[in-house]
Design a protein around this ligand. Structure first.
Ligand code: PLP
Length: 392
């Protein structure tokens, strides 16, 4: 008898089957409502099923579902126009891929090509994806260890240099003329929404300029207006040579982007990069609608305002030791492990995220949350923290 095909057991799953979703809410099959402060992992920036995104997907699906980037594409050109209005000056070229890890791989390839060097500087606490070349850059031990367990990973690992987080002096000392690229998350997501200081980012910029190395901002999680702009790092006053985006770019369709300066792309020609599905019509149509809606609704500024309001309110709650982050990418440090708190929040109808730090709760709500949803979240968190303290 044939055995049934089963998924590999690699995810720990919420006991929740979503029947439908809208804005900041999900509903299960029994009609129970959940407030989503996780957004499918920072993906649903314009919320679930934003009407403009749904219409763009439907219209595009009726015209052309797929053709590769070998052809000109109206939705891709529309996305370039919308993205261009949000892109920091200096970044003049775009290449579309399918995911964050792929965007980072391509950014690293561009940096190696530009410099003729191989060494990559990365940081403690970093996460850049799950391809072999991005896993060896992880500053979180379990991820890196899985890559370094193979000879191939070890060989790639020999070309990486890991530096301490937010240490400008160590960065200046560690970035020399062997270095092709420095890759950094201006807000480290998985590490618990740890924000780079502007001085640290500026030191990276200056050290890269002095060494002739390429500065890559990985904004797969922190980008797309979540932290107040297309790039959190640029909002902090520092320009990268390459910027990578994914997660929140297309409201749930698989799309990533590499944005680059003209100089990085100097001499680039046919065949140097490629991706069958990258920049496909439906994800590009969704991304153009998503980014236009976020921009027109003023979500970047609101993300910063909502983030400040949440941080101020949470900072004085029982059991909260500190709040980190920027905009709506937040890490809430508790005086206890967060897993039971996350389970209690879920039982009360609120979804939140873990981080690599067992005491840090990660919040990545849709950027369309409103004041009443923030109130509901804060009230629920306070109740859960108070009752879990009593139960300690
Ligand atoms: N870079 C950062 C900062 C991320 O947070 C992630 C995913 O969590 C990635 C890269 C990898 O993105 P993807 O899962 O789309 O490959």
């Amino acid at each position: 008898m044939l055995s049934p095909l089963m998924e590999m057991p690699v995810y720990s799953r919420w006991p929740l089957e979503v029947a439908r979703a809208e804005g900041s809410y999900l509903w299960d099959r029994g009609g129970r409502r959940y407030l989503d402060f996780y957004a499918g992992h920072a993906v649903a920036g314009s919320g679930h099923c934003h009407p403009r995104v749904v219409a763009a997907i439907r219209e595009q699906a009726e015209k052309l579902i797929f053709y590769s980037s070998a052809l000109r594409s109206e939705p891709r050109e529309r996305l370039l126009r919308v993205l261009g209005t949000l892109t920091p000056p200096g970044l003049t070229r775009a290449f579309f891929v399918n995911s964050g890890a792929e965007a980072n791989e391509q950014a690293l390839a561009l940096a190696r090509r530009r410099t003729g060097r191989s060494r990559v500087v990365c940081f403690e606490g970093a996460f850049h994806g799950r391809t072999l070349a991005t896993l060896v850059l992880a500053g979180l031990r379990p991820y890196r260890a899985s890559a370094l367990a193979s000879a191939a990973g070890e060989a790639l690992g020999a070309f990486t240099r890991r530096l301490p987080w937010n240490d400008a002096a160590a960065a200046r000392a560690g970035i020399d003329e062997e270095v092709a690229a420095v890759i950094v998350e201006p807000v480290q997501g998985l590490a618990g929404a740890r924000v780079a200081s502007p001085e640290f980012l500026q030191a990276l910029r200056e050290a890269c300029d002095a060494a002739g190395a390429v500065l890559i901002f990985d904004e797969v999680q922190s980008g797309c207006l979540r932290c107040g702009g297309l790039s959190a790092g640029v909002e902090m006053g520092v320009q990268p040579d390459l910027l990578t985006l994914a997660k929140g770019i297309a409201a749930g369709l698989p799309l990533g982007a590499v944005l680059a300066t003209t100089a990085v792309c100097d001499g680039l020609s046919t065949g140097d990069l490629g991706s069958t599905f990258g920049g496909a019509p439906i994800p590009c149509a969704a991304a153009a609608a998503n980014l236009a809606a976020l921009a027109e609704e003023g979500r970047a500024r609101r993300a910063l305002e909502h983030g400040r309001r949440l941080a101020d309110a949470m900072a004085v709650m029982p059991g909260v030791v500190g709040v980190e982050g920027r905009g709506l990418l937040m890490g809430v440090r508790l005086d206890r492990p967060v897993r039971p708190v996350i389970r209690a929040l879920f039982a009360s109808g609120v979804l939140t995220g873990t981080s690599a730090d067992p005491d840090v709760l990660r919040l990545l709500p849709p950027l369309v949350i409103d004041d009443s949803e923030i109130e509901l979240f804060l009230r629920t968190l306070k109740e859960v923290l108070e009752s879990s303290r009593e139960g300690q």
